[in-house]
Write a protein that binds this ligand. Structure first.
Ligand SMILES: Cc1cc2nc3c(=O)[nH]c(=O)nc-3n(C[C@H](O)[C@H](O)[C@H](O)COP(=O)(O)OP(=O)(O)OC[C@H]3O[C@@H](n4cnc5c(N)ncnc54)[C@H](O)[C@@H]3O)c2cc1C
Length: 470
């Protein structure tokens, strides 16, 4: 499609003002990239980047794009790890970064926030009201609340303890691909009348609408206690999680693990001595201090089932922050120095250990690359395993990077199919197309496509993500 970018710039400038439209190459290339290990191609580089300030402006942009058949890719902060953030076709990138307003209504029991506010900033604003934000991505310093609700990620929180962010959303304002602005939901916590459009749009990954305002319940800030546990092997942690569900032990709010390799690099990066092998990091929460202490004491007792080398409560905040930061540092190390595809294995809980060992075998015996190392970590209490092939990708050709990515993706997805899981955090649709067809069937996938085409007949929003294009 032949687009006159100067003309496009002029038109978009009329809507949002000249200084909020970019057609220069460096900006366009910056918006074409994400953390997927393979190179960007010409079709990923947008025609223009536009930064609107209101739903009205977004409506006008979408009406223009719809009429002129120009795809629009929605950008929060672009941190979703596995391919959603990269435009798949030449597009206008719509960056929500200027939409950051928040209104907190303690007397009504909710707050309303625009999509571009960073999660950490929102948490800070809510903490002044002693309220907890139930959204915990590791990327919270940069990830937007719009991106988090569009993906509906529980992230570090154990779903069985807290639910998903979408469970706390009372209503939305959204702009449809054809430009109409709609309001959904209610100002009351009770179910609204009719089919719940709020639930339908949460987690729709920018395929069906642009979220422009999110109304969420104000949750009381709980008390927290933290536990670190050191193990001889990851197997002991997996056994513990499997027993936790089998025995119907109330799960902690956070239950993260690092295998031996990830723990070594993570602990060293924060200046702590490398642990003997795998590590679990656990946070308990409760509405009272005493309740939290009691819950933590009981959970510590339960942890004995996995024979930890040592398991203890960490009351020193600074020490805990360091231990907790080792998890993020392990991720940074892997992505900076040699990651391929961040697989997400979320299988039936009784198959957790089998899935872990099969993932390890897959990574250590890749056909597309010999000599990869296995690193893993994740929200094990959720239960989620991230299995990484640690490979110095910078030295590889683009074809090899693509081959490794696809091999890791396809083989780890097969584990999700085999063991009854799915794996949909991080915003995975763009990488999940073949998986969805295998797990469900073609009819399921056709239904998704029909739904998309009904709401977005010209396939304007995030084109290519539902097809699994690169
Ligand atoms: C270090 C690190 C740790 C992470 N940890 C986690 C984790 O623990 N769990 C997890 O699930 N993810 C995690 N992520 C992935 C990612 O950060 C989250 O999914 C995050 O919520 C995405 O937010 P974003 O603003 O970057 O969204 P983007 O990546 O910009 O967008 C995500 C998707 O939502 C769409 N979108 C964005 N804004 C809107 C909107 N307003 N309306 C409609 N659609 C929209 C986009 O088009 C895209 O399809 C991590 C990433 C990093 C880098």
């Amino acid at each position: 499609m032949n687009i006159n970018t100067k003309k496009l710039e002029k038109h978009l400038s009329k809507i949002v003002g000249k200084k909020h439209v970019f057609i220069d190459k460096p900006t366009s290339v910056a918006y074409a990239k994400d953390v997927m290990p393979y190179d960007i191609e010409e079709h990923n580089i947008p025609y223009a980047v536009v930064r609107p300030a209101s739903s009205q402006e977004i409506s006008e942009i979408l009406q223009y794009a719809y009429k002129n058949l120009i795809p629009v890719h929605i950008h929060g902060s672009g941190t979703s790890l596995v391919g959603l953030a990269r435009p798949k076709v030449k597009s206008i990138v719509l960056d929500t970064g200027r939409m950051k307003k928040i209104k907190i209504f303690p007397e009504r029991g909710y707050f309303e926030v625009e999509p571009g506010l960073h999660v950490a900033k929102l948490r800070e604003a809510l903490s002044e009201y002693n309220a907890m934000l139930p959204v915990f991505p590791g990327s919270e310093l940069v990830a937007t609340i719009g991106g988090a609700v569009a993906v509906n990620t529980s992230a570090h929180a154990v779903d069985a303890a807290l639910g998903k962010p979408g469970d706390y959303v009372l209503g939305l304002e959204a702009v449809l691909p054809t430009g109409e602005i709609i309001q959904t939901g209610s100002e009351s916590p009770r179910k609204p009348a009719g089919i719940e459009l709020t639930k339908f749009l949460i987690g729709s990954e920018g395929l069906l609408c642009v979220l422009t305002s999110i109304r969420m319940r104000l949750l009381p800030m709980p008390f927290f206690e933290n536990i670190v546990a050191y193990y001889k092997s990851t197997d002991d942690i997996l056994d513990t999680v499997m027993e936790m569900y089998k025995q119907r032990i109330s799960p902690p709010l956070f239950f993260e693990y690092l295998d031996g390799n990830a723990a070594r690099v993570g602990f060293q990066a924060v200046g702590l001595e490398a642990p003997p092998d795998a590590v679990a990091m656990i946070s308990m929460h409760s509405s009272t201090r005493e309740g939290c202490r009691e819950k933590t004491r009981k959970f510590l007792e339960f942890l004995e089932i996995g024979n930890p080398i040592d398991a203890k409560i960490v009351s020193d905040k600074e020490k805990w922050n360091k231990i907790w930061a080792s998890r993020a540092e392990a991720g940074n190390y892997i992505y900076r120095l040699g990651s391929t595809f961040g697989s997400e294995i979320t299988v039936r809980v009784d198959k957790l250990k089998d899935a872990f060992h099969e993932a390890q075998d897959i990574i250590l015996n890749l056909e597309s690359y010999k000599g990869s190392e296995f690193y893993s970590f994740g929200h094990i209490g959720a239960p989620t395993i991230h299995a990484y092939a640690f490979i110095p990708t910078k030295e590889l050709s683009n074809d090899v990077k693509i081959a490794i990515t696809e091999e890791v993706r396809d083989k780890t997805e097969a584990l999700n199919v085999k063991y009854g899981g799915c794996g949909g955090e991080w915003g995975l649709t763009a990488q999940r197309v073949s998986f969805l067809k295998k797990k469900y069937n073609e009819a399921y996938f056709d239904f998704l496509k029909k739904m998309k085409m009904t709401l977005d007949p010209n396939d304007i929003l995030n084109r290519g993500n539902l097809e699994g294009w690169r």
